[in-house]
Write a protein that binds this ligand. Structure first.
Ligand SMILES: N[C@@H](CCC(=O)N[C@@H](CS)C(=O)NCC(=O)O)C(=O)O
Length: 205
């Protein structure tokens, strides 16, 4: 299989970390896509993912699957016997899904909006509204306060073990640094959790 990705971009990073945790990095050939040059906007790329975003996975039979969590779901289901990151029981699966949605809507998306609208990185393909970007940045900081409180007395975000929720939050925190949003000195629980996840081999995958 092939995975079309951009090494510096946060969504592909979530997939890589997920695969690394399962020991599956060798399963795929990674193909670099230069987003700034618009390599994701070509008809050839759009044939694989009409939304023109990375990551996209192409299976050996030509099936293409886009969306970070859809790709992660594929690895979770297709490789039984690897560490589960999306839960084992109905309750675990639902709780992790709840966290993934919170993280996507209230953390990752506003971080992405802050990035796109304050840096103008994609101004060749969208109109940045800096004020909206700043507002989204405030939402990101608010969510980090929530995470810090939630992590009081907890080692991981959801359940009592490492899950995809930790991956998504960890990668988002790295992304937030690009727009100068960092863990504040008083956010000790969040910092301790970040340091814990940062020590995992998958963090540098
Ligand atoms: N919902 C998609 C979002 C994918 C996405 O936004 N990818 C970014 C990189 S992290 C991208 O390809 N941006 C290129 C562009 O917007 O032109 C997912 O979860 O995979």
């Amino acid at each position: 299989m092939k995975i079309f990705e951009t090494r510096t971009a946060p969504n592909p990073r979530r997939v890589r970390m997920f695969m690394a945790e399962k020991g599956l990095l060798e399963e795929a050939e990674f193909v670099e896509v230069d987003l700034q040059k618009g390599e994701n906007l070509t008809p050839e790329f759009a044939a694989r993912n009409p939304m023109k975003k990375v990551p996209v996975m192409e299976l050996d039979d030509g099936t293409c699957i886009a969306e970070t969590m859809a790709i992660c779901r594929y690895f979770e289901e297709a490789y039984p016997g690897t560490p589960t990151l999306l839960g084992d029981t109905p309750v675990e699966k639902a709780l992790i899904e709840q966290w993934l949605r919170w993280l996507d809507f209230y953390f990752f998306m506003p971080t992405g909006m802050c990035f796109q609208h304050t840096t103008g990185y994609f101004k060749d393909r969208m109109t940045p509204f800096p004020e909206w970007g700043e507002e989204c940045g405030k939402g990101v900081q608010k969510f980090m306060h929530f995470l810090d409180k939630h992590l009081d007395g907890r080692e991981y975000l959801c359940l009592d073990r490492f899950t995809a929720a930790d991956i998504n939050a960890y990668v988002t925190l790295g992304f937030a640094r690009v727009v100068q949003i960092r863990i504040e000195p008083e956010q000790k629980n969040l910092q301790a959790w970040y340091d814990r996840i940062n020590q995992r081999a998958s963090a540098t995958a």
